[in-house]
Design a protein around this ligand. Structure first.
Ligand code: F6R
Length: 611
């Protein structure tokens, strides 16, 4: 949440920062701003998307070799110019950008107001900056020292970057709980919330850890802890190409990412699955196999779409591994007093690897002795680093705010883990194991075939775009897909949608059904097929409009439903990877039909680094 970019070096800072902000806009897009230091510090900010900031700066002299930039997802204070970052100190010599939340900001603000400080914004960021300024003035110390003292009193999560008129070649940055990557160029440094603004300049990066402070000059990067001791920066090589973060001819990132799924799933299987040899190679699982296969319990912790992947994994793990599984919303888990025992294995599922609720929940479980296994997409992210072991989903950068390809990659990785554990444990018979490996091997091609439904789904989108509500129903393995389909529609088209277990419908939601309500059934061929056919009849009897996602050749449902989208036949454990695709497309095309910004839906942000 919120994107930060900064640059120091021989290049013009503004174009580097502006391009970086556009890449990070998926993290928040309420307002944006830059601070540039040439002869004097200049701060420019604007409500709205980065393009609006860019327009407002046309024709201005923006020459500078050092600067900071920010794109905001509002927490404290409405989105407006005044609350946009960077914020300025009272003496105008410092400017700061911030990603995160300062929880004790009102206490600090009261103290500062008593000293006569005035505030021009409603943000916690301005409070922290003025707190730093106050410490520097009272202690007659360097900015670095003042930041260190201030951060010892701060409660909350942050990445901050400061620029200082008195030290025109130096940026100061610090992190706790929110992400910060520093790119190391030749005589220059780049700072950003993730690597996407950096990769076209350098592949050498340092991921800053919690409680670390960085002093960055063109030729120098000094890392320290809050005790003022130097730390040797650990340089990592980025494994990412520029093309992966560009639209590549598609109108939107969301559509590109939906269509990338045959490849991302293939990448996710590559080097892991060998169907001909009947093997699954996953070092993270193999190295911890005894602990995982003998786990008392697996607790899956996640949020949003990743939680839906976790829910499906519960069905798969219990079926194949016969280990009890619980699926927890990270935000609930972290604030209850959950019972976690040393024999428990936690699987944290996260695309970004930075979701604050998930991060804190697993920290809490780790403290209680659980082993943490991360299923994460972003390499080097906080959740990946805090996990004891893990498996990356290898879906590549996901820029569209609504998760699509990361979800199917999560399903694939979780299925691979379940299969491997079941095989090692002996809870799956060899014939079924080999059958599922062969089925997994074929999934990328079946996803490709499923994508051919796009034109048909587009037509359906036109037909149903004006509906006020949607109901999504599924049973068994397809129930989490009903939830995911409903979430996608809400996010992208702003149409109210609910996902429900199909049989649970008669315990309440059936009251909603009339001839105006589209009901999407996720009804591929599985052990529940006859049951879901009855549920469809119950809806038809009440004049509901039925859109059904079915297996090719399903004449029974085709004869009953108003509209049918057919996907290739697959084992019931894997069919959800196919059945979700028309639902992603439906959300996308309804969003387009309603002329909405599908890549940046209102109020959302890609990486939710606040609780
Ligand atoms: C929905 C979506 C969100 C995320 C959720 C968790 O399309 O993207 O619901 O799934 O915010 O994010 P990660 O997976 O990054 O932890």
């Amino acid at each position: 949440m919120c994107g930060i970019v900064a640059y120091v070096g021989p290049k013009e800072a503004y174009p580097v920062i502006l391009k970086g902000l556009k890449r990070l806009e998926y993290r928040g897009y309420d307002s944006s701003g830059v601070a540039l230091l040439n002869s004097g510090l200049k701060v420019y900010k604007k409500k709205g998307k980065v393009a609006e900031l860019e327009d407002s700066l046309m024709g201005k002299d923006l020459h500078a070799n050092i600067g900071i930039g920010h794109t905001r997802w509002a927490t404290h204070g409405e989105p407006c110019d005044r609350n946009a970052h960077p914020h300025s100190s009272s003496n105008g010599k410092l400017a700061m950008i911030h990603n995160g939340i300062i929880e004790n900001y009102s206490q600090l603000k009261n103290e500062l107001m008593k000293k006569g400080y005035q505030f021009t914004s409603d943000t916690d960021t301005e409070v922290l900056l003025k707190f730093i300024e106050d410490i520097q003035q009272n202690n007659h110390c360097t900015l670095e020292e003042a930041v260190r003292i201030a951060l010892k009193r701060v409660v909350g999560a942050y990445v901050i970057v400061l620029i200082d008129e008195d030290n025109p070649d130096t940026l100061i940055a610090a992190r706790k709980g929110s992400p910060l990557v520093i790119g190391i160029g030749k005589g220059e440094h780049f700072l950003a919330s993730d690597a996407s603004p950096i990769i076209e300049y350098t592949k050498e990066v340092v991921y800053v850890n919690d409680y670390e402070l960085a002093i960055i000059r063109p030729d120098e990067l000094i890392l320290k802890n809050l005790g003022n001791e130097k730390i040797t920066p650990f340089i990592t090589k980025l494994d990412m190409e520029l093309a992966a973060i560009e639209k590549g001819g598609y109108d939107h990132f969301m559509l590109k990412e939906i269509f990338e799924q045959p490849d991302t799933i293939f990448d996710c299987l590559r080097g892991r699955l060998d169907a001909s040899l009947g093997t699954i190679t996953m070092a993270g699982v193999q190295n911890n196999i005894d602990q995982i296969k003998n786990a008392n319990r697996i607790i899956i912790i996640a949020c949003g779409t990743s939680w839906h992947a976790g829910l499906l994994a519960e069905y798969i793990f219990e079926e194949l591994c016969r280990i009890p599984v619980e699926v927890e919303y990270a935000s609930e888990f972290r604030y209850r007093n959950p019972i976690v025992r040393p024999g428990d294995v936690i699987i944290a599922v996260s695309q970004s690897g930075e979701t604050a609720d998930t991060l804190v929940a697993i920290e809490k479980a780790k403290e209680q002795g659980a082993m943490i296994f991360g299923v994460v997409n972003v390499v080097g992210s906080s959740i990946a680093r805090i996990s004891n072991a893990g498996a990356y989903t290898h879906a590549g950068p996901e820029i569209g705010v609504a998760s699509t390809k990361a979800f199917t990659a999560q399903l694939v990785v979780l299925t691979l883990i379940a299969l491997k554990v079941a095989h090692e444990k002996g809870s799956i018979d060899q014939k079924r194991f080999i059958h599922l490996l062969n089925e997994l091997h074929d999934i990328p091609e079946k996803v490709r075939t499923t994508l051919q439904t796009a034109e048909q789904v587009k037509t359906l989108a036109e037909k149903y775009k004006d509906a006020k509500d949607f109901l999504y129903l599924g049973r068994g393995y397809n129930f989490p897909i009903a939830l995911e389909g409903a979430l996608k529609l809400k996010e992208i088209s702003y149409i109210h949608a609910e996902g429900y277990p199909a049989a649970e419908m008669k315990h309440g939601p059936i009251a909603l059904v009339d001839e105006t309500l589209p009901v999407v059934f996720v009804a591929t061929k599985d052990s529940y097929h006859e049951k879901i056919v009855s549920n469809i009849q119950e809806i038809k009897a009440r004049k509901g409009k039925v859109i059904a996602v079915v297996t090719e050749g399903d004449d029974t449902i085709t004869a009953m439903a108003d509209d049918v989208i057919a996907v290739p036949e697959a084992d019931e454990i894997l069919a959800p990877i196919l059945s979700v695709i028309p639902l992603q497309l439906l959300a996308y095309y309804i969003g387009i039909a309603k002329d909405l910004d599908v890549d940046k839906p209102r109020n959302l942000a890609k990486s939710v680094t606040v609780e």
